[in-house]
Design a binder for this molecule. Structure first.
Ligand code: PLP
Length: 414
């Protein structure tokens, strides 16, 4: 069995895998580490062929990579299964982004409609494995939907803290439907996050936000799948919407592990894209990552409406080590990109479209090149935020008044 443990990203202090700990005594974040020899023991074909199995842990796009995620958890896996999402290419989107070789990995195709399922299956599995019965998170919506579903499957009590009035109806409805206890917090996501950390300390609640090192391990599988799809020929860029910076951190860890193991010859560059009204990471990037100044976040892309991202410490190193960039886009740019993705027949929620909006901007700035291979991550499903669609759509419902002649004229004029 693969040896795994928790390790501080700064001082290197190690903790047993089953210790409930979110932070090193030195104050820095933890990550899951493993004996690198594992990369010599498993083959690319083994990972791929598991997809043909009928067992849930093999059919999961997360657990089929279990030796690189958390092998000790696999026998306990609470899996839907999730992952194995599609990757798309569409001419009109390549034209919009001004990149010929542009791809879209659709994480909205996960069981609860966002990539959050990939981290949640690992975190909830860990809770179950060590005998915990109470799990919770702060959420802009998708994390709560994912937690609610996986906690329901595992039979755990789940509490989600959401910023009052600031998450989409669909996401809130999902959490309620799956049976989670929902607490609306006066304030924003960042306020909710602080409360959750306190509940983790004082109320025996297992915190499954991305400060929990098991979450990013699951999210690494997005990158494993992308690289597997391209036969481990790295794309030039991976472009990801950035809020709490969990994906940015996880993606960096994934590419670094595969690069160090010699599975990929080239490191893809990671581009994190923030909404202009929720851009503390972008501001810090412009300042050579001197420090992160928390801000009061505002954007219609509620999934990335975060002013004080908890994964900053991991994420800035990812941008540095992958020769990556951070970009910002306006809500208007996100809306136009989303309408283009929707009209291509693919569809996504607002935050997801910041990836394509970011591509367009990075190409215009000469940072990204037309001939490069670029993969955008679409983080959430089109149905996650129908309010946003109805508010901004240029396509209105036409009313049938009862006059058949008028209806026929209308149809002829379409
Ligand atoms: C959570 C979420 C994000 C932000 O991801 P981070 O890992 O927090 O940066 C982006 N888009 C969607 C749809 C999300 O649910």
């Amino acid at each position: 069995m693969n040896k795994e443990w928790q390790q501080c990203v700064k001082c290197g202090m190690t903790y047993d895998l089953n210790n409930v700990v979110y932070q090193c005594t030195c104050g820095s974040m933890l990550e899951i580490a493993r004996d690198p020899a594992i990369f010599q023991k498993i083959t690319k074909d083994q990972f791929k062929s598991r997809r043909l199995s009928t067992k849930d842990i093999d059919r999961s796009g997360v657990w089929r990579f279990r030796e690189f995620i958390c092998e000790a958890s696999a026998p306990h896996a609470v899996t839907h299964p999730e992952g194995n999402t599609n990757i798309y290419q569409r001419d009109e989107l390549s034209i919009f982004g001004a990149v010929d070789n542009l791809w879209f990995k659709h994480e909205g195709e996960n069981p609860t409609g966002s990539f959050k399922d990939r981290g949640m299956t690992v975190a909830v599995t860990q809770a179950k494995k060590i005998g915990l019965s109470f799990v919770g998170c702060a959420s802009t919506g998708n994390t709560s939907a994912a937690l609610a579903a996986y906690a329901a499957q595992a039979g755990l009590k789940a509490v989600v803290f959401i910023p009052d009035g600031k998450i989409s109806t669909g996401k809130l409805a999902q959490a309620l439907a799956y049976g989670a206890h929902c607490i609306a917090v006066q304030g924003d996501f960042d306020t909710a996050m602080t409360l959750v950390q306190e509940a983790g300390r004082d109320c025996g609640m297992y915190v499954v936000n991305s400060i929990n090192p098991f979450r990013p391990e699951g999210q690494k599988s997005i990158i494993f799948e992308v690289l597997e799809f391209f036969d481990y020929e790295s794309p030039d860029w991976i472009v990801v919407p950035a809020g709490n910076l969990g994906n940015t951190s996880a993606f960096g860890k994934a590419v670094l592990e595969l690069y160090n193991a010699g599975w990929i010859k080239k490191m893809p560059r990671i581009a994190s894209v923030q909404a202009e009204g929720a851009n503390p990471f972008f501001k810090s990037y412009k300042n050579n990552f001197a420090k992160l100044e928390p801000i009061k976040a505002e954007t219609y892309a509620t999934a990335i409406r975060i002013g004080n991202p908890v994964n900053f410490e991991k994420a800035y190193k990812v941008i540095q080590s992958t020769n990556g960039v951070v970009e910002e886009v306006t809500d208007h740019e996100i809306t136009i990109a989303k309408q283009t993705i929707d009209r291509s027949g693919i569809g996504c929620e607002p935050a997801s479209a910041s990836s394509l909006a970011g591509v367009k901007k990075l190409v215009a700035a000469g940072i990204m090149k037309k001939h490069e291979k670029v993969v955008c991550i679409l983080t959430g499903n089109i149905l996650k935020d129908t309010d946003a669609i109805l508010k901004s759509s240029t396509n209105a419902v036409k009313v049938f008044s009862g006059d058949l002649k008028k209806l026929k004229e209308l149809l002829a004029a379409l």
